[in-house]
Design a protein around this ligand. Sequence first.
Ligand code: SF4
Length: 73
Amino acid sequence: MVDVVMADHCPNTSSCALFPLISKPGFLRVWQINYCEGDYARCERFKRSCGGSDVPATLLPNGEDLTANLPKK
Ligand code: SF4
């Protein structure tokens, strides 16, 4: 049996296009708290990158699109 040690933070933080956007104070930071610094194995971006799939820049960790979640003007 192999023990898998999970990092405290997502190992993709330096390469993820979304990470810098959700690092800023504001309503998007909740994504970083819940996924990048939390359970990143649930992140759709992380799962896709591990699987070798394309990761759209606007894909949110829950699999929805960022542009559909922006506040309406
Ligand atoms: S958004 Fe997902 S893939 Fe990107 S750094 Fe956060 S947990 Fe990792």
